[in-house]
Design a protein around this ligand. Structure first.
Ligand code: PAF
Length: 274
């Protein structure tokens, strides 16, 4: 497995592999790899990638000033071992200085799908995501890239960016991987105390209880009450049209239910397609 810290060398390696006929997949991550990330690597393999490039980069530009950039978990050594065990061909571990020149001044802004949900609560977050993903796409030039459906809004926005800016890269999404109690896997689960982890199980319960063919306002109230009874602080509960991300008035096939809630200081997200 190749380890690159320099974008020029990775770009050259990818171009050479591609010239030799390899189908290249990119799995962008922020590291602290868990089963959810590894399922993305396996999905890339299943989709026929000859070379899988995993990027590990805690992207400062997608964190707000009061968010957890500094304390976000970093575990390079075990991440590399996991990538090697899964058969990744290369891992990209750039530094923030390499990714962002001191006078970096170009950003990618999606202006429609990023307005609501996490975009409304985390101003600038998706601008940071789109910018770093565009950079990774330009360095690796993969045939396809794999994103997890836990970050469902992110995946929709990346698909829109690829369409609107003609990247010519297929975006594959992989199902949410859950812990045994149903909690969606996330690097941020590591912040949870045992008590908070217990409370966080209500998130999956709340979205699993949402019914089809019902007034969305009523289903939102029901879900919110499950979360609040468990002692979580609700950031949002939304029911949106899966293609426009606009709120629906009635739930049905094609509705996506999304929750963001705080267990203590830890913000967790989850979603489900009805
Ligand atoms: O989902 C993530 O881990 C990040 O948002 C991503 C896509 C790697 C961009 O930094």
């Amino acid at each position: 497995m190749k380890i690159f810290r320099d974008s020029g060398k990775l770009r050259k390696w990818c171009a050479e592999r591609k010239a030799a006929g390899a189908k290249i997949a990119l799995v962008p991550t922020m590291g602290c790899l868990h089963e959810g990330h590894l399922s993305l690597v396996r999905e890339a393999k299943r989709k026929g990638a000859d070379e899988i490039v995993v990027s590990i980069f805690v992207n400062p530009v997608q964190f707000g000033p009061n968010e957890d950039y500094a304390k976000y978990p970093r575990s390079e050594k075990s991440d590399l071992a996991k990538c090697r065990a899964e058969g990744a061909g290369a891992v990209f571990l750039p530094s923030p200085e390499l990714m962002y020149a001191a006078d970096h001044s170009v950003y990618v802004d999606e202006t429609r799908l990023s307005k609501g949900l996490c975009g409304a609560r985390r101003p600038g977050h998706f601008r940071g995501v789109c910018t770093v993903v565009a950079k990774l796409f330009n360095i690796v030039r993969p045939d396809f890239a794999v994103f997890g459906r836990k970050d469902w809004q992110q995946a929709q926005i990346v698909k829109r960016m690829v369409r609107d800016l003609d990247f010519g890269i297929e975006i594959v999404t992989a199902p949410i991987v859950r812990e045994s109690g149903g909690l969606a896997m996330s690097s941020r689960n590591g912040y949870l105390s045992d008590e908070e982890r217990g409370k966080a199980l209500a998130i999956n319960k709340a979205i699993a209880g949402v019914r089809c063919g019902m007034p969305a306002a009523q289903e939102k109230r029901r879900a919110r009450s499950v979360l609040e009874k468990a002692g979580l602080k609700v950031d949002y509960v939304e029911m949106v049209d899966s293609s426009t991300l606009e709120p629906v008035s009635k739930t049905g096939k094609g509705t996506t239910v999304l929750v963001a809630a705080f267990a203590g200081a830890t913000r967790l997200i989850d979603n489900r397609q009805l």
